[in-house]
Design a binder for this molecule. Sequence first.
Ligand SMILES: NC(=O)c1ccc[n+]([C@@H]2O[C@H](COP(=O)([O-])OP(=O)(O)OC[C@H]3O[C@@H](n4cnc5c(N)ncnc54)[C@H](OP(=O)(O)O)[C@@H]3O)[C@@H](O)[C@H]2O)c1
Length: 229
Amino acid sequence: MKVCVVGASGKLGRYMVQHCLDRDYEVVCVCREKSIDKLAEFGDRITIVPGQTDDREVIGRAVAGCDGVLTVLMPRGVKGYSTGTAEAVLAAAEPGARLIFSCGWHISRDGKDVYPRMLKLQVAVFGPIARLLRFADLDDQVEACDRIFASDTEWTVVRGSDLEEGPSEGLPVWSRHVGDPILESNRTRRIDFALFMVAALTGDDLVREAPAITSRQSESAKAHQPPAS
Ligand SMILES: NC(=O)c1ccc[n+]([C@@H]2O[C@H](COP(=O)([O-])OP(=O)(O)OC[C@H]3O[C@@H](n4cnc5c(N)ncnc54)[C@H](OP(=O)(O)O)[C@@H]3O)[C@@H](O)[C@H]2O)c1
């Protein structure tokens, strides 16, 4: 399998590259020119296409021939970086390729998510401040995901809970709506967020789904997981 990781040099991206290499996938990475050094640990086991992730020419070259594309959606700046990145991937990917995108719980596909008070507060406070400082635009990530949801490609939007570092706790559990009891713990190891993204490449049950995830070792997951058969 040949996989492109868009936004490969960040923390989530590097975990995804490692998981792909562990599976012997051929890996193509897109990252900004100034961040290439952050991929040095992978040496010649990866191909790097340097450039902005919302550059259609860059993405077109990177995803050519790929069976899957793993995209880190980041709402950086206020010029539609997330939306431009999503559009570039949706337009350039091979027909039938599995397209997996990352975002946070704050994204809602159908408006039926029930959010913890703290998350609502974070979005209400951080959103306007980040936009005012021209640091990030959460609405851009919302717009990017709306365009993905409307696409007829083989997409999956993985909605990460609060993230933490540490060794793997296994493949996270998921549910369709934030507010479902299994997700209540709201914590996932970043390495496992990446694991879920990579596993989604081959998970047919996740096509055109927007799973919200949490660690399988969290209290809520342990309390609400169906018993193993
Ligand atoms: N952080 C959280 O608590 C959290 C919670 C839930 C979901 N998520 C989701 O998880 C994903 C990864 O988030 P993360 O926080 O863990 O970040 P991350 O993996 O460290 O990734 C940051 C990404 O943003 C890029 N970036 C940084 N500054 C930029 C700029 N000025 N212009 C363009 N790109 C820039 C980085 O590229 P360079 O390497 O080139 O700098 C890198 O690809 C995102 O989709 C996020 O929505 C995060």
